[in-house]
Design a protein around this ligand. Structure first.
Ligand SMILES: C[S@@+](CC[C@H](N)C(=O)[O-])C[C@H]1O[C@@H](n2cnc3c(N)ncnc32)[C@H](O)[C@@H]1O
Length: 248
């Protein structure tokens, strides 16, 4: 049965930082995401679905002047707050992005594994509107979500620490589930949306057309990142980036 992240905050952090998925998370996911995000010196950042603070803290380290992280899970917020220590630039607070008010006017919003938790296109639209309301005109959104181009059933993710329950011909709003090979294993439910649906919804909320970025392994790794070949050739996740159109 699918679980809520609130119940598994500790398990998720250990799995991500020391467990089977630590390699993927650093050498593929963060390598690609931080590359797409680019320099953040002097920028204010809204970290959506911040979890234990992985991205918010990394972006503070890279020179962001302000980081505000939100997550629906109070357990995740406690972990992120503890990890931030007394850095006055960083705040973490509990919000559901679907109900998030205006918290500020940010230069950049990052949403790493958030949007696939919307259950419907309407909820996805509400999340994107709330994100837009927190960005300055021209402000950027970088998101990592489930890729509708993933070819289900190839079983190519297992060696990297997780599996995807295969579905045939998924359509918008169909349920998906991922199992993390953590200790104990955890299955988390989420929702399938087409790339075109993300693009249509984002534009409706005032964003420019989405640019899609496939996940890549760091070529500086031993063997040129060949270890991750099977994953990057058919990855269940993808990044997109966009900006809030100045007129909205
Ligand atoms: C896979 S974790 C990713 C956490 C973090 N972004 C990272 O990369 O480590 C997904 C997170 O999304 C949060 N989440 C799920 N639905 C949410 C919502 N509607 N609003 C805010 N956070 C949400 C969960 O509590 C969980 O911490």
């Amino acid at each position: 049965m699918a679980q809520d992240f609130a119940e598994v905050a500790d398990v998720y952090r250990t799995f991500s930082t020391k467990g089977l998925a630590a390699g993927y998370r650093d050498e593929v996911e963060s390598f690609t995401a931080l590359g797409v995000i680019g320099p953040v010196d002097g920028q204010s950042v809204l970290d959506l679905a911040c979890g234990f603070g992985k991205y918010g803290l990394a972006l503070a380290q890279r020179g962001a002047t302000r980081v505000f992280g939100v997550d629906i899970s109070p357990e995740m917020i406690s972990q992120a707050t503890a990890a931030a220590g007394d850095d006055p630039r960083i705040t973490f607070a509990q919000y559901d992005v679907a109900e998030m008010p205006k918290l500020g006017t940010f230069d950049l919003a990052v949403a790493i594994y958030l949007l696939q938790y919307a259950k419907t296109v309407d909820e996805l639209t509400t999340m994107c509107r709330n994100i837009a309301a927190n960005l300055r005109p021209g402000g950027r959104l970088v998101a990592l979500t489930v890729d509708s181009r993933f070819r289900h059933g190839e079983k190519n993710t297992e060696k990297y620490g997780f599996s995807v329950r295969p579905v045939t011909d998924p359509r918008d709003e169909d349920p998906l589930s991922f199992t993390m090979f953590s200790d104990p294993p955890v299955t988390v439910g989420c929702t399938y949306f087409e790339r075109d649906t993300y693009d249509r919804v984002a534009r409706l909320c005032g964003f420019r057309p989405l640019r899609w970025h496939s996940l890549l392994a760091d070529p500086a790794l031993e063997g040129g990142g060949e270890h991750y070949r099977a994953l990057v050739d058919n990855c269940p996740f993808v990044l997109f980036s966009t900006e809030l159109a100045p007129s909205s």
